[in-house]
Structure formats: structure tokens, C-alpha cells
Design a protein around this ligand. Structure first.
Ligand SMILES: [Zn+2]
Length: 468
């Protein structure tokens, strides 16, 4: 008797009885409207009240006009990095008049909150991923675009695209592309000889406050996967955004295979994006196979956010265009956009679990920060080096997104003997939990310089002073 009652009590938790919430969402009472900054803050507050155990809000800085750049974190231990758990982010509305991303992210926030504990997939995702969502990166641009829509009933192609200083934020990031391609072509020696965490001397006054807020945010969390949501077309665009000669042509990163996989994971679940017969948005000749494109192949740009993520951090970011119209003016159309993007948004977060992950420790089990993870894909009897290394986070944990295959993994850290191992990402593991590939390193007597770690710390210190 007791056991049957106990079982009945457990069933809804496992999601075996429920499932209603998923299909009804957001429900007949949901008010479809354009959500202002105030509405956005209200939704974050309401979500925190409804799901206090899995949410935390924080602001990473302010726009030119002093609007806060809000982030909501959704995780089973909000405010905490759990060893081994990947950190993921979504950023919406970087161009203030591209608003579909902003609205679908607000819906995603409520959706994750409402279905946690009842839907087993959502529960797994939230328990095993630290998800950060920034619905708007450009609240000033949004306010300007919304104002125009209210006054004239429409939004022109570019009103509100830039921030309040008239700067396009997706051209405002440090141009690491030029350094990277210059090094690759032998124009000058690669700084520090590195193929990751490339840095350059920055004059911080040159960058917009929204850009600096993101740069500083990236220093603070060990993100491994991200998407930046835009509008004006319907396609998932992956790095590089810049090309080595400035021409529109395919510019592959060393991680082209995994970038294609994650972009396809988004596009595949969106029936409009993946439709091979879809008419192009501008009636031009843009044709995107399977709903994805290499950024530079479409049109090259320098100073974009996704290339900065890839070249300066461990985070792999893509840019997703969600709708032909940048600012669809009829709020009821957003039900359609939510329906088109819901599964894509969830499938893409799951990609944070593809590839390998692990913890690098010393012989006493202490995590080793900033160890370098080098990976070669096994092809026949040899290994093809993927010329982009990943580094470990504070606790020694790392995430290396990879397509299925066998890999030779080498770990290096000054003061320790390098170590090697073969690790396998099984077929069909595209979005399962990353294969474990942990190492224990033996100390040696090498003398190490602290210079590079200090440079990162300096940048963080300078930024925090600047953002105050
Ligand atoms: Zn855009």
C-alpha cells in the first residue's frame, strides 16, 4: 500500500503522467505583445518567483543610456559552477530592431521554468547544463525601434539596429581575425605562438559599453557553447565571419566539422530554416543548403562577436537569423516564431554535451587550471591535428566539442609531464553527455612563467574598473 502511494507520488516527477504543460505552452492567456525593457524585467522577476530553486538573475553591465544588460541563469545550482558541467549562453537582440530572438528567449525562460521537474528532457538539461540567457544585448536600440513601430506602424530596415551611439555592436569587438589570419599567412609571428586565447592591446575607450560588458562576461564564466540570435534572414551562420582576404568566400575554422554539426542541430529542428524549397528572404540568390552557412561565405565581416568568442575564449558561438522581417509588427505572429524555434533552441543547448569532457588534476587530485588540451582526430593510422586548443577552467575541468570519432588527446601544463590518451566520441552521441576524458598529471621540475595568466587577470581588472 505504502509503496503504491509512493510510486504514484513519484510518477508526475518523472514526467510519466504530465506532459500537458509542454503542449499547452504558453497557454491561451498569454499576452502576445512587444515586451519593453520593463516587461522584460517583470518576466525575469516572475520567473524567479515561480522557480526560485533553479534561477538567478544578474546584470553584466549597462547600455549607453543606462539600461541594464540582464541575464537569467537557469541551472539546478544557480550561482554555482558545478565541476564538469558545461556552461551555455544565448544572447538575443544584439541588433536592437531584430526582435524575434528577444521574444523567443523570453518564452524559453518561462518554458524551462514551467517544465522543470515534470518534463524529463527539460529536467535533464537544467540539471546537467548551466544555462545563461541574455534576452537583449541592445536595449537602447530596441527602445528606438519599438518607438518607431508605435508611431508609424512599421520599422525601417535599420532604425534601432545600432546602439545609442550609432555603433553596430556586431562590428565592435576586437578584430582578432586580422591577427589570426595575419599570423597564419606569416605576416607576423603569432603572438605567444598560440592558436587560441588570442589577445591584442586594447584601447578600451574605443569600444562600446555593451561590447565591453560582453567581453568581461566572457572572462568570468567558462562558456563552451553559445548562440547569438538575429533577424533579417532564416539561417544558422557559423565562424569564421571574417575571411583572410576580405572577399566573400568559405573561411573554415579548424573546427569546421563541429561548427557544422551544431549549426545543423539548430536548423534541422526549424521547419522554415531547413526547408530546401524556401524562397529566399530578399528575393536575391542567397541559397543556404540545409539552412546553414559559413559566415564569410555569405558575407565577410570583421569585429563580430562569434569570431571573438572563438579566437579569445573556449566558447564556440554561432549566429542564428530567425526571420526575414527584422521587427514583425503583429505580436500574434510570435506564436508562429515560438513554434518554429522551440525545438531548435532546446536541441542547440543539448549540443553543449557533444564531444569529450574531463577534469585535469595533479596526483593529489587538485584541479589544474589553464592546462592546454590538444586534440587530433584519428584518420586511418595517423592523427589530424585540430589547430585550436582548449584550456581548462578554474577547477581543472574542460569541454571539447567534437563530432563522433576517435581522438588522440594530449594535455600540457608547465610544471607537469605531458600526458596522452585516446578518447572516443561514439556515433550517435551528438547530444548525449560528453565522453569522459580525464587525466592525472605528474609534476616535473620545469620553471614556469606566470606571464600569460597575469595578462588575463590584468584584462579582467582593467575591465572591472572600466565598467564600474
Ligand atoms: Zn543582426
Amino acid at each position: 500500500m505504502t509503496s503504491i502511494l509512493a510510486l504514484l507520488a513519484v510518477l508526475p516527477i518523472l514526467g510519466l503522467v504530465s506532459g500537458e504543460a509542454s503542449s499547452d505552452f504558453p497557454g491561451p492567456d498569454y499576452q502576445w505583445k512587444h515586451h519593453s525593457q520593463q516587461d522584460l524585467e517583470q518576466i525575469l522577476e516572475d520567473t524567479k518567483r515561480e522557480c526560485p530553486d533553479i534561477t538567478k538573475t544578474y546584470s553584466v553591465g549597462e547600455s549607453v543610456l543606462g539600461r541594464k544588460l540582464w541575464v537569467i541563469e537557469i541551472s539546478d545550482k544557480p550561482g554555482e559552477h558545478e565541476l564538469g558541467e558545461p556552461e551555455f549562453k544565448y544572447i538575443g537582440n544584439m541588433h536592437g530592431n531584430e526582435v524575434v530572438g528577444r521574444e523567443v528567449l523570453l518564452l524559453l525562460i518561462s518554458y524551462l521554468c514551467k517544465n522543470y521537474g515534470t518534463d524529463p528532457d527539460i529536467t535533464w538539461l537544467v540539471d546537467n547544463t548551466r544555462i545563461h540567457i541574455m534576452p537583449t544585448m541592445n536595449p537602447d536600440g530596441y527602445a528606438e525601434a519599438l518607438e518607431e513601430v508605435k508611431k508609424t506602424g512599421d520599422n525601417k530596415w535599420s532604425t534601432g539596429r545600432a546602439n545609442a551611439n550609432g555603433k553596430d555592436l556586431n562590428r565592435d569587438f576586437p578584430d582578432l581575425d586580422t591577427i589570426y589570419f595575419g599570423s597564419r599567412m606569416g605576416n607576423f609571428p603569432r603572438r605567444h605562438g598560440k592558436n587560441n586565447h588570442i589577445s591584442m592591446a586594447l584601447n578600451l575607450k574605443q569600444f562600446q559599453p555593451e561590447t565591453l560588458a560582453i567581453i568581461s562576461w566572457l572572462q568570468e564564466y567558462p562558456f563552451s557553447l553559445s548562440a547569438n540570435l538575429h533577424g533579417g534572414d532564416v539561417v544558422a551562420n557559423y565562424p569564421f565571419d571574417a575571411s583572410h582576404n576580405g572577399k566573400a568566400e568559405y573561411e573554415a575554422t579548424p573546427d569546421d566539422a563541429i561548427f557544422k554539426q551544431v549549426a545543423l542541430a539548430y536548423a534541422r529542428e526549424n521547419p522554415v530554416m531547413s526547408d530546401p524549397n524556401r524562397a529566399s528572404c530578399d528575393m536575391g540568390d542567397d541559397h543556404f543548403e540545409d539552412g546553414v552557412t559559413n559566415g564569410a561565405d555569405w558575407y565577410p565581416l570583421n569585429g563580430g562577436m562569434q569570431d571573438y568568442n572563438y579566437l579569445h575564449t573556449n566558447c564556440f558561438e554561432i549566429t542564428v537569423e530567425l526571420s526575414c522581417k527584422k521587427f514583425p509588427t503583429n505580436p500574434s505572429d510570435y506564436a508562429k516564431f515560438w513554434k518554429e524555434n522551440k525545438e531548435s533552441l532546446l536541441a542547440y543547448i543539448r549540443q553543449a554535451h557533444s564531444g569529450i569532457k574531463g577534469v585535469i588534476t595533479d596526483m593529489d587530485g587538485n584541479g589544474i587550471e589553464d592546462a592546454i588540451i590538444k586534440v587530433s582526430k584519428k584518420v586511418g593510422d595517423t592523427g589530424e591535428y585540430i589547430d585550436h586548443d582548449i584550456t581548462t577552467a578554474e577547477g581543472g575541468d574542460y569541454w571539447r566539442l567534437l563530432v563522433p570519432g576517435t581522438y588522440y588527446v594530449r594535455v600540457e601544463k608547465c610544471g607537469f609531464e605531458p600526458a596522452y590518451k585516446e578518447c572516443v566520441v561514439p556515433e550517435g552521441n551528438e547530444s548525449e553527455e560528453g565522453s569522459d576524458c580525464s587525466f592525472q598529471l605528474e609534476e616535473n621540475n620545469e620553471i614556469c612563467s606566470q606571464k600569460e595568466v597575469k595578462m588575463e587577470e590584468d584584462l579582467l581588472n582593467i575591465l572591472s574598473r572600466y565598467l564600474q
